[in-house]
Design a protein around this ligand. Structure first.
Ligand SMILES: Cc1ncc(COP(=O)(O)O)c(C=O)c1O
Length: 388
């Protein structure tokens, strides 16, 4: 069954003329992004916690100056995101990867303020390199709280048998040697309740370990910028953790930074009648919105209304390159523009050029001033350059 997205509010995109950009194109509303950043900065200021932007979700670096104005740094998934963070964002660069390559660790140490390891063994292997670098780096260890809270095991790092994080019961004094803080990440698009439930489960052990530590990082997956998120509850929770344990709290949301900030604009290339109309778009699920197939989920369509049901799919050869079935007033014309909502996160960062399908351009719109700038267009060289 397809997952339901919790976002999909068109916001100011309701009034955006889709023909103002080339197709396909991601359009990000920087005014909406700033609103999200203000919410996160307020959590940071009032809770005393530190909030980092998870680049894996949203790393449109032309907006890095805006992101960095509000948040304290970034969370990187490895060397290249750490490098992007250092080049464009600044602030704290925290790197976590489930596995590190020895030949990348020197650069990761040079770039990062925090390095989080998935296992005590990896920490022990690389600790001498960190010490030898003579640079102040906070060493973290990711633990797995073992409380599965997700709707779907694929998106739940605490699902049974997970490779992500060392089970909390294995974290003993030897595991913590040389460690400054603990890290967990097990939520996905969730409210405050699952975080509180996990905390209830882990708090007795964390309180025992806390005297040896400086901080705890609660990862991402917190849908803080969604209207129904209990933000006051989160602030109270973070303050309580610090009061009870003496640990400084970190959060590293990705999706919440860019929630409902962007659309993916495409156009209709052809119509195939087969048990109803199928519109072929220049947007591909597999190349441009792979989570539609992976999750799977059905992205919301801007202005969807009517009694004419049309299957929308991509131009690629993949039979399953289908985005979903959508309602229109009538079968759309060739050249008609469409836009999928809430595409700023986890789409732009995941695109591929399978079948040589063109990558969407990147545009920044300001819904307050109506200023629009096209920041990137891709061509044949981007496809060719990844092959040889
Ligand atoms: C370690 C870690 N931190 C942060 C995030 C960001 O999560 P989200 O975008 O759901 O807030 C993820 C997402 O997979 C993650 O794996």
């Amino acid at each position: 069954m397809a997952m339901q997205t919790h976002a999909g509010d068109p916001g100011a995109f309701r009034g955006f003329d889709l023909t103002r950009v080339p197709s396909p194109c991601f359009v990000v509303d920087e005014a909406r992004l700033e609103q999200n950043l203000q919410v996160l900065a307020d959590i940071q200021a009032r809770s005393g916690a530190t909030v980092l932007c998870a680049l894996k979700a949203f790393s449109m670096w032309s907006l890095a100056p805006l992101v960095s104005r509000y948040l304290s740094g970034v969370c990187a998934s490895g060397l290249w995101e750490a490098r992007l963070g250092r080049e464009h964002y600044g602030g704290i660069i925290e790197t976590f990867a489930a596995g590190y390559k020895s030949d990348e660790m020197g650069e990761i140490i040079a770039l990062s303020d925090h390095i989080v390891f998935n296992t005590p063994a990896a920490k022990d292997r690389f600790l001498p390199m960190i010490t030898a670098a003579g640079k102040e780096v906070h060493v973290g260890l990711r633990f797995n709280p073992g409380v599965a809270m997700g709707e779907d095991a694929k998106y739940d790092p605490a699902a049974p048998g997970s490779r992500l994080g060392t089970p909390l019961e294995q974290i003993d004094d030897a595991a913590l040697a040389g460690v400054d803080g603990l890290h967990m990440h097990t939520l996905c698009e969730q409210g405050l309740e699952p975080l509180l439930a996990i905390w209830d489960h882990i708090a007795p052990r964390i309180r025992e370990l806390a005297p040896q530590l400086k901080w705890i990082n609660f990862g991402g997956g917190h849908h803080i910028t969604r209207n129904d998120y209990d933000r006051e509850g989160l602030i109270a929770f973070l303050q309580r953790v610090t009061a009870e344990t003496g640990l400084h709290c970190y959060l590293e949301p990705g999706e919440a930074v860019a929630l409902d900030c962007g659309i993916l604009v495409g156009e209709v290339l052809d119509i195939v009648e087969n048990d109803g109309p199928n519109a072929i778009l220049d947007i591909s699920a597999t190349c441009h919105m792979p989570d539609v197939i992976e999750a799977p989920y059905r992205p919301a369509l801007l202005g969807e209304a009517g009694d004419c049901h049309v299957r929308l799919g991509g131009p690629s050869c993949l039979a399953g390159d289908v985005i979903g079935r959508y309602a229109f007033g009538k079968t759309p014309e060739i050249g008609a523009r469409v836009a999928f909502l809430d595409q700023a996160h986890y789409s732009m960062v995941k695109t591929t050029t399978f079948n040589g399908v063109r990558l969407p351009s990147l545009a920044i719109w300001n819904s307050t001033t109506d200023a629009l700038r096209l920041v990137r267009q891709f061509d044949y060289t981007d496809f060719k350059g990844r092959l040889s």
